[in-house]
Design a protein around this ligand. Structure first.
Ligand SMILES: Cc1cc2nc3c(=O)[nH]c(=O)nc-3n(C[C@H](O)[C@H](O)[C@H](O)COP(=O)(O)O)c2cc1C
Length: 223
């Protein structure tokens, strides 16, 4: 029933779609340790990068909170062929990219030397048609991420298909280390398009910008 569970979300207001992120507000300045640098050009100053794609701002809010709390550099993945301002208007394109495992171009890929400087890369995306935004996969496959620690995070309208989205990130970064190290068994690994048994339980996500600090503690990034 998982796919049927997702479909009603397409008809809900956008604020409801991002249920996990609807309470995103700018972070308290008292907790601010760094100002995010130019999100199109990560500086390579930190050993940690937060790379994210976001169409409606929810994943961006979590990404910026991670940066505030960790001092990481930030990089916003931009699609070479931008999505509609309201991504639901591009739903057919997004579904086609996800279901056919396409790799849309990235407008602003950083130099390989810049990415090579990072030990740890947070990778953020919305769940789009049961997968990461596929530009995120394009970004990840452009680099040698062997032995780097990759920490995926998603925002989503429903937790269904979260496991499929996470599995994809792990699949395109086969030589990386991951947090978490392992995922729940994908109970329907060869089919992301039809309903399958629920298998998201146990995947820990930040949820919203407000909950990101607790998540970073739970996964051992901050104390
Ligand atoms: C075309 C489209 C497809 C989506 N597919 C899913 C999905 O499969 N599962 C889900 O839980 N949410 C889905 N969503 C909801 C988004 O994941 C959610 O709104 C997310 O927080 C958006 O992140 P952003 O604000 O960073 O773009 C979809 C949204 C759009 C626009």
């Amino acid at each position: 029933m998982r796919k049927l569970f997702f479909i009603p979300f397409l008809f809900l207001p956008l604020t409801t779609m991002a249920a996990c992120s609807s309470d995103d507000t700018p972070a308290s300045q008292t907790e601010q340790s760094t100002t995010p640098d130019d999100p199109d050009n990560p500086s390579g100053n930190s050993k940690t990068l937060v790379a994210y794609f976001s169409a409606q701002g929810h994943t961006q809010a979590v990404a910026e909170r991670i940066v505030e709390l960790t001092g990481a550099d930030i990089y916003r993945i931009e699609a070479a062929d931008p999505y509609a301002e309201n991504p639901y208007d591009d739903s057919d394109r997004i579904q086609n990219e996800a279901y056919n495992d396409l790799r849309p171009g990235v407008e602003n890929l950083p130099d390989k030397e810049i990415i090579a400087q990072y030990d740890t890369i947070f990778v953020g995306s919305p769940c789009w048609w049961h997968q990461p935004a596929m530009v995120v996969c394009t970004f990840l496959e452009a680099y040698d991420l062997k032995d780097k620690v990759v920490i995926p995070f998603f925002t989503y309208g429903a937790t269904t298909y979260l496991n499929e989205s996470m599995q994809k990130i792990y699949k395109v970064t086969p030589e990386s280390k991951h947090i978490p190290k392992t995922l729940p068994e994908d109970l329907n690994p060869d089919d992301i398009t039809t309903p399958g048994p629920p298998d998201d339980a146990g995947i820990d996500m930040p949820g919203s910008a407000n909950d990101t600090e607790a998540w970073l503690r739970r996964i051992g990034i901050i104390k």
